[in-house]
Design a protein around this ligand. Structure first.
Ligand SMILES: C[S@@+](CC[C@H](N)C(=O)[O-])C[C@H]1O[C@@H](n2cnc3c(N)ncnc32)[C@H](O)[C@@H]1O
Length: 362
């Protein structure tokens, strides 16, 4: 394997070990509860690709078990020997001091944590009632064992390994499950994902895209900030889901075309919106610049999906998958996969990043 490919894989494996903050999970889940207080009532939730001994997903759902009215919580972890990136891993005291501890399984088997009844006669079901065991296999979400848990569950929630997002997405969708997951924002352009977004089968979660997300990391070679001794990494991550929430039904507040051209500094010196050279639509470089009174076809950046309201706009496609003809006199350095082009008065081409094609709903 080439050196760069190896380095790329090593980096991807380290990025698979980012851990989600409690407050981020709480903020996102609150949006679904606000929209439908019974969204989790009577449901079995599976948290795959987790580390239940200290994962904030397991903690959050276990703490809210009764409040959400859950039927069952299942959480699984991936064996250390199967991980591509191993920091200084040691089994926790929780595991080694437990009668279930098995030295021959601790490194090679995944674990399963379940919560569905009051085990300690405290009168309530909470985090202290979590029961655990080793899985037969390593806890790979693609295994028959974890796939059977997927099939048992109503809702899958996790921050899956970034390097396996495509596979994870296919796995969840094949199971025909409700889900909520974290992914890199570019994942919405994947050919496995975008058609679902276009059909309004899947959408962005509640948390706004701007600023990315801060994850806890154990990789001290790649840290963006340290707070109280905890290392954090910021990545352009978003939540993706097929569970409904209120924000996506709020139309974006927009100005007319002429007001945008007069007042918005981002269109300074422009007499009109630009029109693509190789597609019949106007270029809208920021979501806030979508003209409220324009009925034609528009291209918008993928960040539009952060604000997208399906009652206000319809999605017609994405530049990446359109059968686009390239301008005939396009210089070599502007070549590439399908993209929209703008041509200036001097004949220079600008090749644009992925654009989502939208139209106002009548
Ligand atoms: C991005 S981390 C997130 C962990 C946890 N869900 C959280 O958000 O705090 C993804 C986890 O999935 C694990 N993992 C990697 N490959 C896996 C696989 N094939 N099956 C299951 N888990 C996997 C990683 O080791 C890592 O612990």
């Amino acid at each position: 394997m080439a050196k760069n490919a190896k380095l790329g894989q090593a980096k991807a494996a380290k990025n698979d070990e980012f851990y989600t903050q409690y407050a981020d999970i709480q903020k996102e889940i609150n949006a679904y509860i606000e929209y439908n207080p019974d969204v989790f009532r009577g449901k079995t939730i599976l948290l795959p690709c987790d580390d239940p001994e200290w994962s904030n997903f397991t903690k959050f759902f276990a703490q809210n078990f009764e409040f959400f009215g859950l039927k069952k919580l299942i959480s699984t972890s991936y064996a250390i020997e199967s991980k591509n990136y191993k920091s200084d891993w040691q089994p926790t005291l929780f595991e080694t001091e437990n009668p279930r501890f098995k030295a021959d399984k601790t490194r090679v088997c995944g674990k399963i944590f379940t919560l569905d009844h009051d085990t300690n006669a405290s009168g309530r079901i909470d985090i202290d009632d979590l029961e655990w065991d080793y899985l037969e296999g390593d806890g790979d979400f693609r295994s028959t064992e974890v796939t059977a848990l997927r099939d048992e569950a109503d809702i899958i929630v996790t921050n899956p390994p970034f390097s396996l997002f495509r596979e994870f997405y296919k796995w969840v969708r094949e199971g025909n499950k409700k889900f909520l997951a974290i992914c890199n924002k570019n994942c919405i352009t994947y050919k496995e994902v975008f058609p679902d977004i276009q059909k309004n089968l899947v959408w962005s979660g509640r948390t706004e895209w701007a600023g990315g997300m801060w994850f806890i990391t154990t990789n001290n070679e790649d840290v963006d900030k340290v707070v109280d001794g905890v290392m954090y990494k910021n990545t352009p991550s978003i939540w993706i889901t097929n569970i409904d929430h209120g924000r996506r039904h709020q139309p974006i507040q927009l100005m007319t075309k002429s007001d945008n051209l007069r007042f918005n500094k981002k269109l300074k010196n422009q007499e009109d919106y630009f029109h693509y050279d190789n597609y019949d639509a106007i270029e809208v470089p920021y979501t806030e610049l979508i003209p409220s009174d324009y009925d034609g076809i528009m291209g918008v950046p993928i960040t539009f999906l952060d604000k997208y309201c399906p009652e206000q706009f319809e999605i017609l496609g994405i530049s990446l998958y359109l059968p686009l003809a390239k301008p005939k006199d396009l210089p070599k350095d502007k070549q590439g996969g399908p993209a929209f082009y703008l041509k200036d008065e001097n004949g220079n081409y600008e090749r644009l990043y992925a654009r989502i094609v939208i139209r106002k709903k009548k």
